[in-house]
Design a protein around this ligand. Structure first.
Ligand code: TXA
Ligand code: MG
Length: 326
């Protein structure tokens, strides 16, 4: 009857492989853990399956997806690799780096995945996702497993709470170790452009490439990088040195903002001021503070180096005016 809601089954990684393969083979979406955040995966060669991703997320069709592959051989059948892209792939894959590369003709990827662009975003995820793709033998298109415009999910519970009525299976791999989405780098004419800071610090990529990453550039570089994204229900106030009544506090390090005792809820991203730990905690703590019911989440200043660049990027989007949500 219409009153029955079908909630996703949640299976631990150790028992989920066969069921996940059967669903993906049948053209369904499956939420899977990766080292960065949970992904909403579907067979990238099947247009119906890929359409189900956009439908479940409420994602605009002009926003392309990352194709996840099992190895460099699968990646090179899909896109053109030049020496610099190969060097980065060998240094960071599997891992939180996504490369945007020129597509090969007739590579089997459904055009919905790339929103008709002639480039494609590729990465090899660590852990269950990588094994799943190898077993399936086909690439998986997967955006973060959250409704469009909301905070990415770093636990199976967060995925189920957001998308549980729209999908059949969530594979539970526990909390994702990196906690932020992958760093996206585009290779254009032998030069590198940072499209999205993420789970690998830009400095690490620059060290391997032996060159600086270009930043900025005109317009929305990754179509998904709309100003307001990762939005919690509460409004977000950045660089707070002082707390106003009724606010929740997202803290960092040992020095507290003035008036912190009056915060209605408090989470510290990292007592010790470790940006890697802060990245891992960011989305879960934002969600926890949002659930406190505070109208505003005040955020203490976070240093802008290393993973701090990606953390500040996500916080700035969470704080942006909401009329730009897609
Ligand atoms: O860590 C991650 O990257 C996670 C996990 C699941 O792999 N995925 C993820 O996907 O964050 P998503 O769809 O939430 O973000 C991918 C971003 C979007 O902003 C999209 O616009 C951009 O990648 N993108 C995809 N293909 C592109 C292309 N050909 N050129 C430029 N940007 C592209
Ligand atoms: Mg996303």
């Amino acid at each position: 009857s219409g009153l029955v809601s079908n909630l996703a089954e949640i299976l631990a990684v150790g028992e989920a492989m066969e069921r996940a393969l059967a669903l993906l083979d049948g053209g369904y979406v499956v939420a899977i853990p990766t080292e960065t955040v949970y992904g909403l995966a579907a067979d990238a060669t099947n247009g119906v399956a890929v359409a189900r991703i956009f439908e479940a997320k409420g994602r605009p069709r002009f926003n392309p997806l990352i194709a996840h592959v099992a190895d460099l051989a699968m990646a090179s059948r899909i896109a053109e690799f030049h020496p610099l892209s190969t060097k980065l792939a060998e240094a960071f894959w599997p891992g939180p780096l996504t490369l945007v590369l020129p597509q090969r003709a007739q590579n089997g990827i459904h055009p919905l995945v790339t929103a008709g662009l002639d480039t494609i975003a590729l990465r090899i995820p660590r852990g269950f996702g990588g094994e799943l793709i190898a077993r399936l033998g086909r690439p998986l298109a997967a955006p973060s497993a959250n409704s469009s415009g909301r905070i990415s999910a770093t636990t199976a519970e967060a995925v189920a709470a957001d998308l549980g009525e729209k999908i059949k299976l969530v594979v539970d791999g526990g909390a994702t170790p990196v906690g932020l989405e992958s760093t996206i780098v585009k290779i254009e004419d032998g030069r590198l452009r940072l499209l999205r800071p993420g789970g690998i610090a830009a400095e690490e990529i620059e060290a391997v490439a032996g060159a600086e990453l270009m930043r900025g550039g005109g317009g929305i570089e990754a179509p998904g990088m709309l100003a307001s994204h990762y939005a919690p229900g509460a409004s977000v106030r950045l660089n707070a040195k002082k707390i106003a009544g009724g606010e929740a506090l997202l803290a960092f390090g040992r020095d507290r903002a003035e008036g912190w005792q009056d915060a209605v809820a408090l989470r510290n991203l990292s007592e010790g001021g470790d940006l890697r730990e802060a990245a891992t905690n960011l989305f879960a703590y934002m969600q926890a503070l949002d659930r406190s019911g505070a109208a505003t989440i005040a955020v203490e200043p976070i240093p802008h180096e290393g993973l701090g660049e990606a953390i500040n990027d996500r916080l700035a989007r969470a704080a942006a005016p909401r009329d730009k949500i897609a």
